[in-house]
Design a protein around this ligand. Sequence first.
Ligand code: LLP
Length: 429
Amino acid sequence: MSNYFHYRGDRLYAEQVPLADIAAQFDTPCYVYSRAALTDSLRQFTDALQGREHLICYAVKANSNLAILNVFARLGAGFDIVSGGELQRVLAAGGDARKVVFSGVGKSVAEMLLALDAGILCFNVESAAELERLNEVAGSMGKIAPVSLRVNPDVDAKTHPYISTGLKQNKFGVAYDEAIALYRKARDLPHLRLTGIDCHIGSQLTETSPFIAATEKILALVDTLAGEGIRLEHIDLGGGLGIRYHDETPPAIADYVAALLGALRGRSEKLILEPGRVLAGNAGVLLTRVEYLKHGEEKNFAIVDAAMNDLMRPALYDAFHEILPVCRQPSPQPSPACGGGSERERQSLLYEIVGPICETGDFIGHARNLAIAPQALLAVLSAGAYGMSMSSNYNTRPRAAEVVVDGNTVHLARERETVQQLYAGEKLI
Ligand code: LLP
């Protein structure tokens, strides 16, 4: 658990605010983020990078709420986007287009127009066809597009196969052996300007060695290119640093950065990083209430009001998220934080924590030891990244509210959706 979500007595708090108060005011399910936690994780990067020209481009996909983007924008961060929609969010949140890098294998003409018009820092181009399209689109606008090639270094990130991106068999980036030829091609296209090189090998990495292996391969390319007179301004080493969900032991941000800086010794190019999860993951929890306890023959179920549509990671990756009771010692007196129930119900038992959706995959956690009563509040930890941003409306479930806690104040960052909003664009035939 991070310092920003902690028990005071037997109650769980976000910074100085009891989570039970947030549930009472905003209802559940509700995402709760800590501004101090967001700020602290970004500062760890900027502190570790002091004295080195750098730009931290927060990976917007991890959590794209405007309030979160605004917190990072105010701290001077840049942004890594993967769609025109994300660019519009960054601009709406007060982000600086000149600090935006645009990743992704499938950029559309409309997205290129939007990004060129906004004046982003660079396009992380992932194929020869994309280079040609970008050259044409920039030409049609009378502009020069800044380009970095995303190179696939063919390094095993040793993470979940769905979030590993730097192997030959993945769809991402240009093949390592073709990179030099593509740089030559890009150099000769009139409406492109080569500014950098980038790679991103995967997400939730818990070791530094794959990052270093990728960096070394990228640096070898930088040197070959320099030999041909192609001098790059920046090296972007992507995101991917993991966090602790359960018993993982990822390197601290400072150690990860120190290892990268070691590999970059003697280089003057600007360093760009694209962290997502490590900035936001442990800065948020999903607050949910137990609707029912169901004691089956083989298993006990706690049916909560959050589901796989709110937090998809357990269903999709079999991901583990710690689940804590908001009230650690439920008393016989029912209360809004602790719920109420018989003594038997309040006993510590192994529970399957499941949602109300009609799918067996709709679980938030397996076999969790909890002493909870019906109506008790639970906090699903490490939900600040890839939680809300991957949510859906499956089963016509309005998306959760989102709040940002800042000391002892709570800002509503997104209203709970209404069912009317969900079908507002639909028509009877
Ligand atoms: N840059 C690029 C080009 C990326 O594709 C990603 C993530 C990042 C940066 C940020 O990576 P991070 O620092 O957050 O690891 N939905 C999955 C994670 C998918 C990550 C996709 N790309 C999950 O919930 O675990």
